[in-house]
Design a protein around this ligand. Structure first.
Ligand SMILES: NC(=O)c1ccc[n+]([C@@H]2O[C@H](COP(=O)([O-])OP(=O)(O)OC[C@H]3O[C@@H](n4cnc5c(N)ncnc54)[C@H](OP(=O)(O)O)[C@@H]3O)[C@@H](O)[C@H]2O)c1
Length: 266
């Protein structure tokens, strides 16, 4: 008999962890407790084990993998081949950003960002879709993009460009996978209270300190609202309202004006 599973990348921290918590205990009843297992993917196995024990459910299966390299993707691919489950949900939340001027950053930091945010996300979809079956409950893919993907961002250029890729790729995949009955949602939050900013600034800032501190969202609220948006079949979910305004502005105001304005804000 097939087991029905969810896979959540980046589940050791922040937004991915918030999804893991909601789905493991079926808080909000989004999936009627229908997953036999939740594969929680990240590099830090000790943290995944701690989260799993704290949640008190044996449904969580920690999967240690560095998704920025081929071997990490192969770990998931081999596990899927060996266990042949039905995948009902894939959430691609693993991601990273590096703040600063591109010319000041080591090439590896740029490579890692593109490998994780773009290549791993695409490859996770590619290896997972063959295991998605539309048997009453539609399979879903949720890709965590960012409102940073609406516009180029000097000083955060590689990250913003990688998130433009996620938005564009998700939009195209939602059409390619429609005949298979699979829904794809790209999520575009603004700043969220997670470990992201500390990592992106290499420990220099633990929280958002500039004008964005007024718009910081809670990861659990974001995760809950995203699951609702995915169930409604939304292709793009922008959250919260401040980012919807930015989305609109990015469509109607010339990019050069917004760049000039955001440069002044910084
Ligand atoms: N926080 C924000 O302001 C914000 C805003 C918009 C979008 N986002 C996006 O939201 C997603 C989640 O970020 P977050 O805010 O939750 O940040 P976070 O707290 O830093 O979490 C990042 C997650 O990705 C995992 N990860 C990092 N590198 C990895 C690798 N090479 N292989 C496998 N897993 C890796 C981390 O786990 P390990 O370190 O254990 O591997 C962690 O679980 C990202 O895609 C980010 O771009 C964040």
């Amino acid at each position: 008999m097939y087991r029905r599973i969810a896979i959540i990348t980046g589940s050791s921290s922040g937004i991915g962890k918030a999804f893991l918590e909601l789905i493991a205990n079926d808080n909000g009843g989004y999936f009627n407790n229908s997953f036999d297992e939740i594969w929680a993917v990240a590099r830090r196995g000790d943290v995944l084990n701690e989260i799993s024990s704290a949640l008190g459910t044996d449904k969580i299966i920690p999967v240690v993998a560095d998704l920025s390299c081929d071997s990490g993707i192969k770990t998931i691919e081999d596990k899927l081949k060996a266990e042949n489950p039905i995948v009902g949900l894939l959430i691609n939340s693993a991601g990273m950003g590096i703040k600063g001027l591109v010319m000041d950053k080591p090439a590896k930091a740029l490579d890692d960002t593109v490998n994780l945010n773009c290549n791993a996300l695409s490859r996770m979809i590619r290896i997972t879709v063959p295991y998605m079956k539309n048997e009453g409950e539609r399979p879903r893919i949720i890709n965590i993009a960012s409102s940073a993907g609406f516009l180029p961002q000097p000083n955060f250029a590689c990250y913003a460009a990688s998130k433009s890729y996620v938005i564009s790729f998700s939009r195209a995949m939602s059409y390619e996978l429609k005949p298979l009955g699979i829904d794809v949602t790209a999520v575009c939050p603004g700043p969220v209270a997670t470990d992201f900013q500390r990592r992106a600034t290499e420990g220099k800032e633990t929280d958002f300190t500039d004008w964005r501190k007024n718009f910081v969202a809670d990861p659990v609220k974001l995760a809950g609202k995203t699951l609702k948006a995915s169930r409604k079949g939304k292709r793009i979910f922008v959250y919260p309202f401040s980012q919807k305004l930015l989305h609109l502005a990015s469509k109607i105001i010339p990019t050069s004006w917004i760049l000039c304005f955001s440069g002044n804000l910084k």
